[in-house]
Write a protein that binds this ligand. Structure first.
Ligand code: PMP
Length: 395
């Protein structure tokens, strides 16, 4: 079919450039150890930070919801898709985040797409002020809006001030930033961002996808970590990482959330999250609300792994989070590390290379979880020491 030849050409180009993604298939549930291609491997690249994805309480909640409510939600939220479970989850999330209200979307991606595109619209007297390294879903939300944007340099508050000064005459300004940057584990300087926002009368929107379940008291997220409740207007989160399920949400002032229910496109035009997923998410929020044990375990594991890797000579950059970038710099070396960790040590860990990160900053990104044992993590440290020496990266 000649009219589809361009697809073959594009795929070949991706393969030639080394950008074609090989998708590994898991044959077990998510957890510290998973089965891939029939082989049991130590999973060091999932966002299941607290090990909740296969937690017994969460599984039970989903099973009970199937029996009570079935599987499909049947419609979009504004037609017949809103069940009492959706409302209960939104209320529990708002309480957990210490905010007035929350709106649930089908994923974190959809939450960003829906909320950001609704907050400033094309043709309005408004502008997005966006951090350089923001997640793709934020960028797509701004694109869907079509309103203008200015971009400030990563973590650079001088530059943010400069950009705010340039657009200060605009009626609506939305500063939008990731809370935790997913390739480096560094944190947005939210106290300074909030100060500048107040000075320039700008709204603040934080993507807390990697912060919740990890930072703050009981894993309430980056806003709680910096104690900035109600000074950040919108806190977006995902239920697919630390919460171990699926779904996304935005928490904030009641009226603003009500507005998003009227204007968030994925809320209006894509069907509601399935009842078992919603019930599982409720159980996950309840687990965190009642106990911070898993969050403490995650941090204990994080310190253990990061200290062990630093002690043997690896640079982990500026991480302040379980996201652990083991800097190898060279693209080919990072690919080789990932392949050999998998083949020779049964460790499943991703190489992150250009264009996801700048050329010459390739790394293996490790993500410890609360479900790993110290033995698991010591095994990873030992493997990195061994492979580092074999490849002569470590002298
Ligand atoms: N924001 C950030 C910073 C993320 O890392 C992700 C997930 N990769 C998302 C949003 C999207 O979340 P979800 O996977 O729930 O769609």
């Amino acid at each position: 079919m000649a009219k589809l030849d361009w697809i073959t050409e594009e795929l070949n180009e991706l393969k030639e450039k080394g950008l074609y993604v090989k998708i590994r298939v898991l044959q077990s549930s998510q957890g510290p150890w998973v089965v891939v291609d029939g082989k049991k491997v130590l999973n060091m690249c999932s966002n299941n930070y607290l090990g909740l994805a296969a937690h017994p309480k969460i599984k039970e909640a989903a099973i009970r919801a199937i029996l009570d409510y079935g599987i499909g939600a049947g419609a979009v939220r504004t037609i017949a898709g809103t069940m009492e479970l959706h409302v209960e989850l939104e209320e529990k999330l708002a309480k957990f985040k210490k905010r007035e209200a929350a709106i649930l979307f089908q994923s974190g991606y959809n939450a960003n797409l829906g909320a950001i595109s609704a907050l400033i619209k094309k043709g309005e007297d408004g502008v997005f002020v966006s951090e350089e390294l923001n997640h793709a879903s934020i960028i797509d939300g701004m694109r869907l809006s079509g309103a203008p944007k200015v971009i400030y340099k990563h973590l650079d508050m001088e530059d943010l001030k400069k950009k705010l000064e340039e657009v200060k005459s605009k009626k609506k300004k939305l500063i939008v930033t990731d809370g935790v940057f997913s390739m480096d584990g560094d944190l947005a300087p939210l106290p300074e961002i909030v100060e500048l926002a107040e000075q320039y009368d700008a709204m603040v929107y934080v993507d807390d996808a990697h912060g919740e379940g990890v930072l703050g008291e009981h894993g309430r997220g980056i806003v709680d970590h910096f104690n900035l409740h109600d000074r950040v207007d919108f806190e977006m989160g995902t239920l697919s990482k630390a919460f171990g399920v699926i779904g996304g949400y935005v928490a904030g002032p009641e009226e603003a959330i009500d507005y998003l229910r009227q204007r968030g496109r994925p809320f209006l035009f894509s069907s509601a999250v399935n009842p078992p997923d919603v019930a599982a998410a409720i159980a996950a929020v309840e687990i965190l609300q009642h106990s911070d044990e898993l969050v403490k375990k995650l941090w204990d594991n994080t310190y253990f792994l990061q200290k062990g890797l630093r002690d043997i000579g690896y640079n982990l950059g500026n991480t302040k989070h379980p996201i652990t970038p083991v800097m190898l710099y060279d693209e080919k070396l990072a690919q080789e590390f990932s392949r050999r960790l998998y083949e020779e040590y049964n460790i499943f860990a991703q190489a992150i290379v250009y264009p996801t990160v700048p050329l010459g900053t390739a790394r293996i990104r490790l993500e410890p979880s609360a479900a790993h044992s110290k033995e698991d993590l010591q095994y990873v440290i030992d493997a990195f020491e061994d492979l580092g020496k074999k490849t002569e990266f470590l002298k």
